[in-house]
Design a binder for this molecule. Structure first.
Ligand code: SF4
Length: 618
């Protein structure tokens, strides 16, 4: 099959059995790759109601048909599993070089289940697949473990690894790769930890069959040229995603001190140009990327730290910077380093630390509970103490490691109002009391409050922030477009940011695979996957529905006290209007569940009996 390696690798860690199977062409056509294949196989393979930490919970790793091909930024890979943080569908994708290497080794998808008896690593060297002893690497930080694994196996292995947080089942532990790329969200690092799997190491030497190699080269060159000629390219190369920090403050949406406000008075210390000048040493790109948004930084503070780290990127600056009150870029880079080594998602990790700082401020977490340690916004020592306690489950860290939703239930004292999460996933780096489209995007995102499915905040700015009309339509459109890139296995930053129009993608896909997709076809498949992941939630949680699409209570109850959005908050009336419009346009019922008609229309008949079980006796 052109564009694909054509094989699935199934790994049973319990029996140490590794099985190679052909990837069925019909499934590849209907779900394309990456997030599409990951969602499909997770839905099909996971037993209903499985505990996320049980051996039966699969981790699906899937590349896309454009991964590893000569197109701009074909280096994205998706990790999916039932999330231990949310209890629903979880996935996260990362860049780097794992996607391409996996295809060169001859696999599009890895499906991992079972549990190894002792700490292990999975080594894939073309057709040779082994589960090896991994005890030497257990307990090591992500960056250190990857380095040692490369020393032991060879520099040309591409490695995904978990850190101590994953080993200790911190529910927002990430998977790390390429010394600073992460599949950060939804706790898949903890699922690998529950399986005693420290690392996945891949080396490949095969080629990927292409439908028309000359046509692919021609189109690939045109796409690279379009990116190179865009005047914005040089800006993105220089600043990376931290380039938006100033703008997010200007519009009054920057998470500050656990979203107590949405404007950080010290934001000028955290901007892209400041970061470039003070700590950035070099640029870094994922496979085939003309943008190189990654930045290698060196952060040093006399007597405190001296570290090198990839980052921080914008989300880390938002959640570990402003949201924890850290007011200088060196401290944020050090916070980034700590979480990267420990193997903690910097979004949920930053959010959990900010939540704990506010609990301390309000007397909900007391000095007795912290062995005398003070927890203060803006204090890097407090940040470090909390990060290490979370990763090792020490004291209150063991509670925070469950995520802010559950931690708030345990701590009580009204803290559930400022646990800034939806469906259990901590909200990423945009405040939404004055941004209804972005609020809706978070509320309806299929993994919880994650920005990457629909970055709709620019639509709020363009169309008017108080306006509700048309916001649902735009969010739905983005929820189909942006995940399309995750299915193809390419980064989406080349689209808007570097001006690479959507029309390029069906064209290059056709030349790679020979499958004759149009853009509407691709968006329809994206819609299919969106409904499939919604069905996954319902299958796993029979009570799931509208109640799970609600914003954090703080956004309804407290006005923004400072900055350009001062005085703004959400109301339940606005939320209901947004959801009603959204559900109607999606063909979902009033409780937010896809109707049978919608499911049939999308070719998802097989989920109907899971989410509409027949009543007994009928
Ligand atoms: S833009 Fe950034 S995240 Fe996307 S592929 Fe390039 S380096 Fe990776």
């Amino acid at each position: 099959m052109n564009g694909y390696a054509g094989r699935i690798l199934e790994v049973n860690l319990t029996s140490k059995g590794c099985f190679k199977m052909p990837l069925p062409e019909g499934i590849a056509k209907d779900y394309i790759g990456g997030r599409g294949l990951a969602a499909y196989f997770l839905y099909k393979l996971n037993p209903k109601g499985v505990d996320p930490f049980s051996p039966g919970n699969f981790v699906i790793i899937a590349s896309g048909p454009l991964s590893g091909v000569l197109v701009p930024a074909g280096g994205k890979i998706t990790f999916a599993s039932k999330s231990p943080l949310t209890g629903g569908y979880g996935d996260s994708n990362m860049g780097g070089h794992l996607a391409s290497e996996l295809k060169y080794a001859g696999y599009d998808v890895i499906a991992i289940y079972g549990k190894a008896e002792t700490p292990s690593i999975l080594v894939i060297d073309d057709d040779k697949v082994e589960i090896r002893d991994g005890s030497k690497y257990w307990g090591k930080g992500c960056i250190d473990a990857e380095k040692i694994l490369k020393d032991d196996l060879g520099e040309d292995f591409q490695i995904a690894v978990i850190g101590p947080a994953g080993e200790n089942l911190v529910r927002f532990a990430c998977v790390s790769h390429d010394f600073g790329r992460q599949a950060g969200r939804t706790g898949i690092g903890a699922v690998l930890g529950s399986k005693n799997l420290k690392a996945i190491c891949v080396r490949g030497s095969k080629s990927i069959p292409l439908h028309d190699i000359d046509a692919v080269i021609e189109k690939g060159k045109e796409m690279f040229k379009t990116c190179a000629e865009n005047p914005e390219t040089a800006v993105w190369q220089r600043l990376g995603t931290p380039g938006v920090t100033g703008w997010v403050n200007e519009i009054g949406a920057f998470p500050t001190r656990n979203f107590q406000t949405e404007f950080f008075e010290a934001h000028e210390n955290l901007t892209g140009p400041v970061m470039r000048e003070r700590i950035v040493k070099s640029d870094k790109a994922c496979f085939g990327c003309p943008m190189a948004c990654g930045k290698y930084s060196h952060a040093k503070k006399e007597g405190k730290y001296d570290v090198r780290v990839e980052g921080p990127e914008y989300e880390t600056i938002a959640l570990c910077g402003g949201n924890c009150g850290l007011d200088n870029i060196e401290d944020v880079a050090y916070a980034n380093y700590l979480l990267d080594q420990l193997g903690i998602d910097t979004i949920s990790g930053g959010a959990a630390i900010a939540f704990a700082m506010e609990c301390f401020e309000k007397g909900i977490i007391t000095r007795e509970m912290t062995y005398g340690q003070e927890l203060k916004f803006g204090d890097i020592d407090s940040f470090k103490w909390l990060a290490e306690k979370i990763a090792t489950l020490g004291g209150i860290g063991g509670v925070l490691a469950k995520g802010t939703r559950e931690a708030a239930e345990i701590f009580g004292g009204g803290s559930e109002k400022f646990a800034i999460q939806i469906k259990g996933l901590e909200q990423s780096g945009y405040g939404t009391r004055n941004a209804p489209a972005m609020m809706l995007a978070y509320m309806t995102c299929d993994v919880g409050a994650h920005h990457n499915r629909a970055w709709a905040i620019t639509w709020d700015i363009q169309k008017g922030r108080d306006l509700l009309k048309g916001k649902a339509k735009r969010v739905i459109y983005l929820q189909h477009v942006r995940p399309m890139f995750d299915m193809l296995g390419v980064c989406r930053l080349q689209w808007v940011e570097l001006g690479l129009g959507l029309e390029h993608y069906p064209e290059i896909l056709k030349r790679v695979t020979g499958f004759d997709y149009t853009l509407p076809d691709l968006l329809k498949i994206s819609e299919r996957v969106w409904n499939l992941t919604r069905a996954f939630w319902k299958k796993e949680n029979p009570e799931f529905g509208r109640k799970d699409d609600q914003p954090p209570a703080r956004f309804l109850e407290e006005e923004i006290p400072t900055g350009p959005s001062k005085g703004k908050k959400m109301t339940q009336e606005k939320i209901d209007k947004l959801l009603n419009d959204y559900y109607k346009q999606r063909g979902w019922n009033k409780n937010g569940i896809p109707t049978k008609r919608t499911l049939r229309k999308l070719g998802l008949d097989f989920v109907i009996e899971d989410i509409y079980p027949k009543k007994k006796g009928k």
